[in-house]
Design a protein around this ligand. Structure first.
Ligand code: ATP
Length: 573
C-alpha cells in the first residue's frame, strides 16, 4: 500500500537535464544565426572573398550539426523519461490491483481497469516525451533570444514583449479546455470498454433473451459519445494551431516592419543587427508555437495522468500487507483460527468469530448451505483475503506474519472456475514452475485423464488454449487445474469442489485426485458430496457465517441435528 501511496512520477532529474540541453540549444541557435548573418554580411555588404568566409562556413555547419544533436538529446531524455514512467505506472497499477481483495478482483470495473492500464498509460507518453522537453525548450530559448535582442535593439525586444504573451495566454485557455475534454474522452472510452466487455461476456444470454438489437443500439450510442468526445478535442487542436500561427505571423511582421523603418528612414540600426534580429525573431516564435502543439498533447496526457492517479489513490477495498517476518516451517504446518471474523464492505454478510484447530488432520471439509460462507472461509485460510479481526494461525503464529511468497509456494488452490491463460497447454499446466520434468508432466497428464485429449491435438502440448486458442470444456479446465496442483507438489491443497457441471469422468478423476492428495498433503475443501464429507478427518459446518458444529462424521451425526438433517437430505437426494 505504502509503495502505491508514495508513488511519484519520475521526472525531477530529467527536468534538470532537459533545462540544461535547452540552454545549450538556445546558445547554438544564437551562434548559428550569428554565423549565418555574418557570412551574408561579409558577402553582400563587405564584399569579402570566398576564402575569407570559409572558416565561418565550417563553423556554421558545425553549429547546425550541434544544434540537431542537442535537439535529439533533449527529446531522447524525454523518451527515456516516458518509458521509465510508463513502466513505473504499470507496476504501480499492478501492485494496486493486486491489493484488491480476491472477491472483487476481476469482478468490478474490469473494462475501466484494462483501459487505464493500457490506454491511459500509453497516453502519458506525450507528456514526458514531448510536453516536458518542449516546455523547457520553449521557455528557455525565447528568454535567451529575447535577452540577446534586448541588448542589440530595445524596440524590437519591446514589440516581442507585447506580442509574445498572447501565445501562452491563448494556450492556457485552450489547455484548460483540452484537459477537461480529454478527461471526458477517457471517461467515454472507459464506458465504451466496459459496455463492450459486458456484451462479449454476456453474448449468449443477450441472444437468448432477445436483447441483441437493444444492445447493438446502446453499444452504438456509447461509441458515438466516444467519437464526439474525440472530435471535440480535435476541433480544439486545429483551432489552437491556427490561432498560434496567426499570432506568430503578426509578431514577426510587426518586428520586420519596425526594423525596416529604423534601417531605411532613421538609419538607427546597422544591417548586421537588423538582419541578426530578423533571423532570431522567427526562432523566438517557432519555439513558442511548438509549445502550442506540445501543450495541447501535454494537456491531453494530463487527463490520463489524473486517471492513473485516481486509480492509484482510489479507496477501493484493499488487503492488508503481509508482515513477511517468519520463514514457514519445513515440517507439517498446522492451521487453526482465533476469533476469525470477516465482513464484506458491500454486503451484510459476515463470518462470525470462528474458532477451530485442524491439528494434524489430513482432510478437512467445510460444509453448509449455499451462501453460508464456505468459499469466504477457504479464501481466508488460503491467505487470499485477510481477516477483518481475529486471525488464521499457522503453527500458532498469525498467517500474515510469515513470508507471503513462501506461503504461496507451499499451497495450491483449485477453484470452481480455474484460470486458463491464452498460452500453450504446456504453459497452462506448468504455470511457470520450472522444476517440472517431461516425465512428471506425462505422468500427471495421464493421472488427470488429459492424455487422450492432448493426443488428439496435432500440436499436442504446444496447442494454444484459452482466449483466442482452442476452447476447453468446464471439465477439461478442472482437470488442467488439478494437474497444475499435482505438479506443484504443495503442502496444503485448498479445493473449492465444483457444485455442478462435472461430467462423470471428471467427477471420478476429482475424487481419485483428492485421495491421491491426501497421501502426502493436507487437503482443505469446500465439500458438497456425501462421500467426500464422510471420510474427512474433520468437518466444519457453517450456517449464515457461524460455525454451528465441528468434528468428524460419526461425532457430528450424534451431536448435531443440522448435520444429521443435511446427511439425511443428501441421502434422499
Ligand atoms: N464480493 C462480495 N461482496 C459482498 N458479499 C459477498 C461477496 N462474495 C460473497 N458475498 C456474500 O457472502 C456470503 C457468503 O458467500 P460464499 O461465497 O462464501 O458462500 P458459499 O457458502 O461458498 O456459497 P456457495 O455454496 O453458494 O458457493 C454470501 O451471502 C454472498 O452473497
Amino acid at each position: 500500500m505504502d509503495e502505491v501511496k508514495d508513488w511519484q512520477w519520475k521526472e525531477r532529474k530529467s527536468k534538470q537535464l532537459m533545462l540544461f540541453f535547452s540552454l545549450l540549444l538556445a546558445l547554438s541557435i544564437i551562434v548559428q544565426a550569428y554565423l549565418m548573418v555574418r557570412i551574408i554580411d561579409q558577402i553582400f555588404i563587405v564584399q569579402a572573398a570566398f576564402g575569407d568566409i570559409v572558416l565561418e562556413l565550417i563553423l556554421l555547419i558545425l553549429a547546425f550539426i550541434i544544434r540537431v544533436i542537442i535537439d535529439h538529446l533533449l527529446f531522447r531524455v524525454g523518451n527515456k523519461t516516458a518509458k521509465k514512467n510508463k513502466i513505473a505506472a504499470r507496476s504501480a497499477l499492478i501492485k494496486k490491483y493486486k491489493q484488491t481483495p480476491i472477491h472483487i478482483q476481476g469482478k468490478t470495473q474490469i473494462g475501466e481497469k484494462t483501459n487505464t492500464f493500457l490506454h491511459a498509460v500509453d497516453e502519458i507518453n506525450d507528456y514526458f516525451s514531448m510536453y516536458l522537453p518542449q516546455t523547457r525548450k520553449s521557455t528557455t530559448i525565447p528568454l535567451v533570444l529575447w535577452m540577446v535582442i534586448l541588448i542589440i535593439h530595445f524596440q524590437s525586444a519591446l514589440i516581442l514583449l507585447l506580442t509574445a504573451p498572447f501565445i501562452p495566454l491563448f494556450m492556457i485557455l485552450i489547455g484548460l479546455q483540452t484537459k477537461k475534454k480529454s478527461e471526458e474522452q477517457l471517461d467515454e472510452l472507459a464506458k465504451y470498454s466496459s459496455k463492450f466487455l459486458d456484451v462479449l461476456q454476456g453474448i449468449t444470454s443477450l441472444k437468448i433473451y432477445n436483447q441483441s438489437n437493444k444492445t447493438k443500439i446502446s453499444l452504438h450510442n456509447s461509441s458515438e459519445s466516444f467519437k464526439q468526445a474525440t472530435m471535440s478535442i480535435l476541433k480544439i487542436a486545429f483551432m489552437n494551431s491556427f490561432m498560434l500561427e496567426v499570432i506568430a505571423m503578426l509578431g514577426i511582421g510587426i518586428v520586420a516592419l519596425e526594423l525596416a523603418i529604423q534601417l531605411i528612414f532613421y538609419q538607427s540600426v546597422s544591417f548586421f543587427s537588423a538582419f541578426f534580429i530578423l533571423v532570431l525573431v522567427p526562432e523566438f516564435f517557432a519555439s513558442l508555437r511548438e509549445l502550442g502543439s506540445a501543450f495541447h498533447q501535454g494537456k491531453s496526457s494530463q487527463g490520463a495522468i489524473a486517471k492513473i492517479e485516481d486509480a492509484l489513490n482510489n479507496s477501493e477495498e484493499t488487503e492488508d500487507k503481509w508482515e513477511n517476518m517468519y520463514d514457514l516451517p519445513d515440517h507439517q504446518v498446522r492451521l487453526a483460527s482465533f476469533d476469525l471474523h470477516y465482513s464484506f464492505q458491500t454486503s451484510n454478510f459476515s463470518l462470525k468469530d470462528l474458532n477451530f484447530d485442524f491439528k494434524n488432520y489430513r482432510k478437512v471439509a467445510i460444509i453448509g448451505k449455499s451462501g453460508a460462507g464456505k468459499t469466504t472461509l477457504l479464501n481466508l485460510l488460503a491467505g487470499l483475503i485477510t481477516p477483518t479481526s481475529g486471525s488464521v494461525l499457522v503453527n500458532d503464529k498469525k498467517l500474515t506474519a510469515y513470508k507471503e511468497s513462501q506461503w504461496f509456494e507451499k499451497i495450491a488452490y483449485i477453484t470452481q472456475n480455474p484460470t486458463i491463460l491464452n498460452e500453450t497447454l504446456r504453459e497452462n499446466l506448468t504455470f511457470g514452475n520450472e522444476t517440472v520434468t517431461e516425465q512428471d508432466l506425462i505422468q500427471v497428464i495421464e493421472q488427470v485423464g488429459l492424455k487422450e485429449l492432448i493426443d488428439s491435438f496435432p500440436n499436442g502440448l504446444e496447442t494454444k488454449v484459452g482466449e483466442g486458442g482452442r476452447g476447453l470444456s468446464g471439465g477439461e479446465m478442472q482437470r488442467v487445474a488439478i494437474a497444475r496442483a499435482f505438479l506443484k507438489q504443495p503442502a496444503i491443497v485448498f479445493l473449492d469442489e465444483p457444485t455442478t457441471g462435472l461430467d462423470v469422468k471428471t467427477e471420478k478423476i476429482l475424487q481419485n485426485s483428492i485421495k491421491e492428495f491426501e497421501k502426502n498433503t493436507t487437503i482443505i475443501m469446500v465439500a458438497h458430496r456425501l462421500h467426500t464429507i464422510q471420510d474427512a478427518d474433520h468437518i466444519l459446518l457453517l450456517d449464515d457465517g457461524e460455525l454451528i458444529a465441528k468434528g468428524d462424521h460419526p461425532s457430528l451425526l450424534s451431536s448435531s441435528i443440522e448435520y444429521k438433517e443435511m446427511i439425511q437430505a443428501g441421502k434422499e437426494g
